[in-house]
Design a protein around this ligand. Structure first.
Ligand SMILES: CC(C)(COP(=O)(O)OP(=O)(O)OC[C@H]1O[C@@H](n2cnc3c(N)ncnc32)[C@H](O)[C@@H]1OP(=O)(O)O)[C@@H](O)C(=O)NCCC(=O)NCCS
Length: 177
């Protein structure tokens, strides 16, 4: 006789769009990783809350976060880039698939926009390689460097910064008539 089926265990975390009540949790994650992430103020997190997804535990603790920003290519809407930002998982929750889940969820969320490419600047090269990203030359994302890196005081120039630029192809735009 077969053993009775066991009820499925409750999910350890849920991925969902962030709400204002998550802002402090997201801000705390970012501040705790200021060596790895571009620092944001709490106000900045609140003003951009619609660009965040969060991973939350059943009791509502924010244990992972990710945001995005669109980068326009002058005069060419079909070559719009989306940058993944503030990608972070609480140390005690790492290596359980949360990082992969939030990156994949954010990529799915971007699909309807048909971005040309999705980029990230990161030290976590192997992690993003597992998610289909490849290294690119930073000179391919000058718009990002001028907009995001120009005011960074950590390094003299984006070309001496050890963060690696990586990209993954976006979603083809539907044919236009
Ligand atoms: C990078 C980070 C988000 C990964 O989160 P995570 O929840 O541990 O990742 P996952 O468990 O989903 O791992 C996904 C895959 O990447 C691998 N991986 C995760 N971290 C890795 C690392 N540091 N080096 C190599 N591989 C790694 C996992 O083994 C897993 O591989 P698999 O799919 O073959 O099993 C997390 O380490 C982090 O928050 N780091 C600090 C902030 C940071 O540097 N963010 C990136 C800035 S862009």
């Amino acid at each position: 006789m077969n053993a009775p089926a066991q009820p499925a265990p409750p999910p350890a975390f849920t991925i969902r769009p962030a709400v204002f009540a998550d802002a402090r949790g997201i801000y705390g994650l970012i501040i705790d990783h200021c060596d790895r992430l571009v620092v944001r103020s709490l106000s900045n997190v609140i003003e951009h809350i619609d660009r965040f997804l969060v991973a939350v535990t059943p009791d509502g603790e924010v244990v992972g976060a990710i945001a995005y920003e669109f980068l326009a290519e002058f005069g060419d809407p079909l070559r719009t880039t989306a940058e993944l930002q503030s990608v972070c998982v609480k140390p005690a929750w790492r290596k359980q698939g949360i990082g992969r889940a939030i990156v994949e969820a954010q990529i799915r969320r971007l699909e309807p926009y048909c971005v040309w490419q999705i980029i990230v600047l990161t030290y976590e090269v192997e992690f993003f390689e597992r998610l289909g990203f490849e290294r690119i030359d930073k000179r391919q994302i000058m718009h990002k460097l001028y907009r995001g890196c120009a005011n960074c005081s950590k390094h003299e120039s984006p070309f001496t910064c050890p963060e690696v630029a990586m990209a993954r192809t976006g979603t083809p735009a539907p044919a236009q008539h």
